[in-house]
Design a binder for this molecule. Structure first.
Ligand SMILES: [Zn+2]
Length: 112
């Protein structure tokens, strides 16, 4: 089994970053709402942006967790779809991918 110590560290660092960012989003979110109507509209808009960022962050977090889990199980470089080895170059470029190049290209072709 390949040694993923460096990649694991990278993923864990990224995970911390996202958690911190999500915390900041949560804090911004729970600030009291202004009484000014125009500002309220603006705040609603901000909330939508924050909600999107929040969702994005959570998804990224999930991907990282799954990647770390797969490392623990020794399945990190095994394609989820076809079982082929995912190349180290691909993993270095896309540390949380769980499909090989071929499957990723197929998914792209299908418009996913
Ligand atoms: Zn595959």
């Amino acid at each position: 089994m390949a040694d993923y110590t460096a990649l694991r560290k990278q993923l864990e660092r990224k995970r911390e970053e996202i958690l911190q960012r999500l915390n900041e989003i949560q804090e911004t979110w729970h600030r009291p709402v202004d009484v000014d109507l125009e500002e309220q509209a603006q705040e609603l808009e901000n909330e939508e942006v924050l909600a999107a960022l929040d969702k994005e962050g959570m998804e990224e977090l999930n991907r990282i967790d799954r990647a770390l889990e797969r490392m623990d199980q020794g399945l990190y470089d095994v394609c989820r779809l076809c079982g082929a080895k995912i190349s180290p170059q691909r993993l270095a470029a896309l540390p949380y991918t769980d499909v090989c190049e071929v499957c990723a290209t197929d998914a792209e072709k299908r418009g996913e």
